[in-house]
Design a protein around this ligand. Structure first.
Ligand code: V47
Length: 378
């Protein structure tokens, strides 16, 4: 395993550039490992010298992980796209059972997705579903049990906080009861979806009819208390301001101070096809990279920052590995959410493709499991 390269201090050239950009005090804090404030974050979003922001984030990334860059072998299962919520940015959901293009998998269909990969070393199934009003609670526990029975060795990462909140209301249970039932059925961790933007005015406009920020955070608080690890996300590049992005990051940082249960933060770039925000321009690569860098600098207590390649595209994901990110997610078979929103990336990458992607960015690939245990040196 490649040893961590831990740069003790900022390169002189970065220090000079930071001073010229009026960011010397922030550079000092980053070098000393001091926590940045909301106002620091505002200046990092505002400075024209975006390269300095990237260089500061890269220092933090290399101090935490050296050149190591993580990936896993995973499979996505979206068991139903029927969803009562009417999120403006979503291209995946269909409102009602029976709508053209709506689907709900039988348990056999869901399990067959995994069975088809019996020769492949998949270590994780990522399960995310629409908020389907027509299914009994047992559908989800049966789904978990059936997947676990098929592949007991595979980690089941499933159900966003949005889903957990919806089931709690629909089936008259607490978050804890839902999560305990899921754990008993085989759930191993929670994905980070559904966080979108926490700021209430933006949330009201883009996804009014699903869990609010406090509810989203409370589901993760309860999950962490029960011993589940989870991820967190932020959907950006829509109508939110950079202050809203910072507010979002700081709410996550505060919960992480409390519980320590988040493993990785995943900024998700909005894709603008086939949804009700289709008139918006998508964030540029520079804006994406700046957002990654600011996230790496603000979220000092979350270990990993994921450059999710289906959403960024392979080349921007590679660049992000020098702007704070240390993880590219995985093989991601059968991704639907981004591809229905116009992502032009492939449906899956092989293990060899991921290794080439990471080598191509000048980093060292490490295959991990969902909980960041090393599976193999690549
Ligand atoms: O919550 C929906 C986003 C998320 C669009 O935990 C969109 O490891 C862009 O959370 N453009 C679901 N984004 C995916 C997700 C995720 C992905 C990868 C890894 C992990 C993890 C979690 O996708 C939703 C929403 O924020 N989304 N529509 C769109 N048009």
């Amino acid at each position: 395993m490649n040893t961590l390269r831990k740069p003790a201090s900022l390169p002189l050239v970065t220090r000079r550039a930071a001073a010229a950009a009026g960011l010397a005090d922030i550079a000092d804090k980053v070098e000393a490992g001091e926590r940045l404030t909301f106002e620091d974050g505002q200046r990092l979003f505002a400075t024209p010298d975006v390269a300095v922001v990237g260089a500061l984030a890269n220092l933090v990334r290399e101090r935490k992980h050296g050149d190591l860059t993580y990936f896993n072998r995973n499979q996505h299962i979206n068991a139903t796209n029927v969803c009562e919520a009417t999120c403006m940015f979503c291209s995946f959901s269909r409102l009602k059972t029976g709508d053209p293009e709506s689907y709900t998998m039988t348990l056999e269909q869901a399990v067959s997705r995994l069975r088809a990969l019996s020769d492949t070393l998949v270590t994780e199934v990522h399960i995310v579903n629409g908020l389907n009003p027509d299914l009994p609670f047992a559908y989800y526990t049966d789904l978990l049990r059936a997947l676990k029975a098929e592949r007991p060795d595979v980690h089941l990462k499933g159900f966003t906080a949005v889903e957990v909140h919806y089931y709690a209301n629909k089936y008259n249970m607490t978050y804890e009861q839902i999560l305990r039932e899921f754990m008993a059925a085989g759930l191993d961790s929670l994905p980070g979806g559904g966080a979108e933007i926490f700021e209430p005015r933006v949330r009201h406009k883009i996804c009014d009819d699903k869990v609010d920020a406090d509810g989203w955070l409370e589901v993760h608080r309860v999950a962490h208390r029960l011993g589940l690890r989870s991820n967190c996300t932020m959907l950006f590049g829509m109508i939110e301001t950079t202050d809203d992005r910072l507010d979002h990051m700081l709410r996550l940082r505060a919960l992480q101070d409390e519980t320590g249960g988040f493993q990785t933060f995943i900024p998700l770039k909005f894709h603008n096809e086939h949804n009700r925000l289709a008139g918006l321009y998508e964030a540029t690569a520079v804006e994406v990279l700046r957002t990654y860098a600011v996230a790496r600098l603000m979220l000092d207590n979350i270990s990993h920052l994921k450059a999710y390649w289906p959403m960024l595209g392979v080349q921007v994901a590679q660049a992000a590995l020098s702007w704070g990110a240390d993880d590219v997610d995985g093989t991601v078979r059968e991704e639907r959410i981004y591809h229905m929103a116009g992502a032009k990336t492939p449906q899956a990458l092989s293990r060899a493709d991921l290794i080439a992607l990471i080598h191509g960015a000048g980093r060292v690939p490490v295959e991990r499991d969902t909980l960041y245990h090393v599976v193999a040196e690549a």
